[in-house]
Write a protein that binds this ligand. Sequence first.
Ligand code: ADE
Length: 271
Amino acid sequence: MFMRFDIFTLFPAIFESPLQESILKRAIESGLIDVRLHNIRDYATDKHHITDDYPYGGGGGMVMKPEPIFAAVETVLGMANARFAWRMQNAENGVRSAIQKRQSEIPIILLTPQGRVFDQGLARELAQHDRIALICGRYEGVDERVREHLVTDEISIGDYVLTGGELAALIVIDAVARLRPGALGDPGATADDSHAEGLLEYPHYTRPPEFRGWRVPDVLLSGHHAEIDRWRRQQSLRRTARRRPDLLSRIFLTPEERQWIERLADESGAT
Ligand code: ADE
């Protein structure tokens, strides 16, 4: 089953080259994913196709107008889904995560630094859908009525501010597309990824076995699969403990692994 991404943007050309290389290119060519670009400007009905305006109340910057965004999304997704999104937004206690609540509906996601921070768990949630819509904000932001009455979810790719949501949308497409069955060729290819199990990935080596005097760890050349697995697990734990200790509190570790990590705390230096 292919997955469709509908992208709403003022700058569709930004998407061109990243979608024309490597794995995303192949996924598109083989029909695993379909990325449709919709220029919000095409849905502005005034003579000059204006998509932004001054903020009420003053202050710097421009704000994206609601009409072209609503028109674009409603035209492309159809009114049924747009109305559903409105209901979700107005549900009691401000239900925000339609992504989880209704897998069958199309999430309408606004890329914004104010959104839920994107991570591997959210990529996996999105990869469950056969269709998602991504709205790329620009300028100082979008009219609040887009957030309130059109979008079902807001996603940020991190705590920094980009010039617009386009690069963020590409990151979401990339992370989600590679999780779709068949995208990477090997069905198990994503199992060992950093973050797949909540840990950073172990180090990788390839030939030659010695390069400028730096040797590949003997265990990897030994052919002992159980020992290799053990070494990789320990390397993952060590890296995570040193670089991202915040991740360790969120995952299941055996008591032995916890003890091992505590002993590591005495060692110094990052790997
Ligand atoms: N638009 C601007 N900054 C962003 C961010 N950090 N994530 C998603 N969209 C954005």
